[in-house]
Design a protein around this ligand. Sequence first.
Ligand code: MN
Length: 284
Amino acid sequence: MRPRKSQPTSDGAGVKLRRAFAFHDVPRFDPFLLLDDFGSDDPADYLAGFPWHPHRGIETVTYILHGAVAHGDSMGNRGVIGDGDVQWMTAGGGIIHQEMPQRSEGRTRGFQLWVNLPAAQKMMEPRYRDVKASSIPAATPAQGVTVKLVSGTVDGTRGPVQDLIVEVEYMEILLDAGATWKRPIPADRNSFAYVISGEVRLAGDTLGPETLAHLADASALEVTAGPAGGRLLFGSGVPIEEPVAWGGPIVMNTQAELDRAFDDLDRGTFIQTQPGEVHRRFYQ
Ligand code: MN
């Protein structure tokens, strides 16, 4: 795959966003399924939000650079994720939640990454974790290079998200003008890089803002910033290598499992622990 720009689209109740990769790309980014880039200085682009909707069979990682997203879920969690915060949500067998961006000053910017679950864990107990910006450490592995670690280790600094089902590294890399960083990628990983802003040279290509690169079988990540610096997301994970049956917010292995999921939604049995209230709200 040649590096490519993320594509403008809309989702939820009409949120404008850019989609870096999604179902058309399966299985290229395995174990990752989707990466969305939310960025706007016009609240009209995001205030409609993502009202009550279900997930099953995946984990979602929401990383807010600037802005605020109010959330609530069928497990009873409620809160707001703000500047620099991460929300890690394991849908497992079923969660119904809402994600509602709040009006904020300046440009809202955030990302949601979907990580697939292996067949054996798709129906696991759902779980939810808020990671505050203050608990996301920054490493400075080279001159002019800052790495904010959500998950994974750089120079002995370890990101706070450590109990993932699939082995995943996920980090934001900030490069000063002309700065270079090279690091090995653990063996057997599938990786991507996504430029947030600025300009980044990677594997012979110069990537501008909102550009995605797939690093297939790469043994190292080597990035150099352009004259105005560069900022990017990097993710790597161990591929699951199982069939993918994808129906909107639900990702299973077979069509029969998808049918069962939508059947469960119809019957009110999607949330095993709390059938009833949240489910009805979702359908009103
Ligand atoms: Mn969601």
